[in-house]
Design a protein around this ligand. Structure first.
Ligand SMILES: Cc1cc2nc3c(=O)[nH]c(=O)nc-3n(C[C@H](O)[C@H](O)[C@H](O)COP(=O)(O)OP(=O)(O)OC[C@H]3O[C@@H](n4cnc5c(N)ncnc54)[C@H](O)[C@@H]3O)c2cc1C
Length: 304
């Protein structure tokens, strides 16, 4: 199978999501070619053929013009699949490309099933398996769903491509939101507080365990909604997607929206009074205990 991956560069920097596309192609055992609108000075660390549309830093998102350029490459290479990240540019560009090429589009793929692709449905309360009926399929991949198995490495074989047209609109620029809180996506250890901690005062207890482990504090949505922890620390569908080496879930049930944000953690420890809590399905270790007793005791033992 041949796939065309649509890499992403933002303000001259290759986005990590580009390597998730590579991991997806590897998981399928597919032959991959990449398209990138970006700079010849900043190329992805990857061995393969890269169709490069040279674009000044900060001007990488010209969806109309880039959709035309991608459609021209698809015409030439005839891949079976065009794969985007489900990012702010990917979810804008993918439908434009699918429409131009008459392809079926499947958004926010979380997993590959034997009979199609698994995507979230009904605000991620359900999962659906879908398949395209067209020869060409356009996909977007959920952030964090396909993680690279190794550090990205390599040098692409670059083929420069020309812009096909001007497009009907022009992207003017990015404006970064005011940075608040913490980037949990880079944390190696996260200890998260769930509703099971009972009250705001108990966040401190979870924070102390995070500190003893040298990690960051995370939280489930009810804890954030209650104002006990800042939203920048929320893990899940409407929070951050995290892939730490160790994720400790304190009083978290394991709702699908929370799992979507942490299920790719290397090792999961869950502390819950309910031995049948759904978090047990993704936990490597489930400690059946009251967080208010177990967490301070563990923190104390770690400190000693
Ligand atoms: C559109 C949408 C988006 C959402 N996005 C997110 C998201 O990004 N992140 C997110 O987390 N949620 C999200 N949710 C909410 C999600 O559906 C769940 O409601 C939420 O994850 C539950 O949080 P929780 O596990 O902390 O609480 P609960 O589901 O109430 O679970 C509490 C757990 O604590 C255990 N417990 C109780 N007391 C103790 C104790 N003393 N010691 C140990 N364990 C105890 C219980 O057994 C239970 O398992 C979203 C929902 C929707 C509809």
């Amino acid at each position: 199978m041949n796939v065309l991956l649509i890499g992403e560069s933002r303000e001259g920097k290759i986005q990590d999501s580009t390597y998730e596309l590579v991991a997806f192609a590897q998981a399928l055992g597919a032959e991959a070619t990449m398209f990138l609108a970006g700079s010849a000075e900043q190329l992805p660390a990857w061995n393969g053929t890269l169709h490069l549309l040279e674009t000044p830093a900060g001007r990488e998102f010209q969806p109309d013009a880039h959709a035309d350029a991608i459609a021209a490459i698809v015409d030439q290479l005839k891949p079976q699949m065009v794969v985007f990240s489900h990012s702010s540019s990917g979810w804008d560009l993918a439908p434009r490309v699918a429409f131009r090429l008459g392809a079926g589009q499947i958004s926010e793929v979380m997993e590959v099933a034997e009979d199609g692709y698994i995507v979230p449905a009904c605000n991620a309360k359900l999962r659906r398996t879908v398949q395209a009926t067209t020869e060409l399929t356009v996909l977007t991949l959920q952030a964090g769903a396909f993680n690279p198995q190794a550090e990205p490495a390599g040098t692409p074989d670059v083929r420069k491509v020309d812009a096909v047209g001007q497009g009907k609109m022009e992207f003017v620029g990015y404006e970064a939101a005011e940075a608040t809180g913490v980037d949990l996506s880079r944390a190696e250890i996260i200890v998260s507080a769930g509703r099971g901690i009972g009250k705001a005062e108990n966040v401190e207890m979870v924070q102390a365990l995070a500190q003893a482990l040298g990690g960051e504090l995370g939280a489930s949505r009810p804890v954030v909604d209650a104002g006990w922890v800042d939203h920048s620390r929320q893990v899940g569908n409407t929070g951050q997607t995290v892939t730490p080496k160790l994720y400790v879930a304190c009083g978290i049930s394991g709702a699908i929206q929370h799992l979507a944000g942490m299920k790719n953690s290397d090792y999961v420890v869950a502390i819950n009074t309910d031995k049948d809590a759904p978090i047990g399905e993704v936990a490597d270790v489930l400690v059946v205990a009251d967080v208010k007793q177990f967490v301070p005791a563990l923190t104390e033992a770690l400190r000693r």
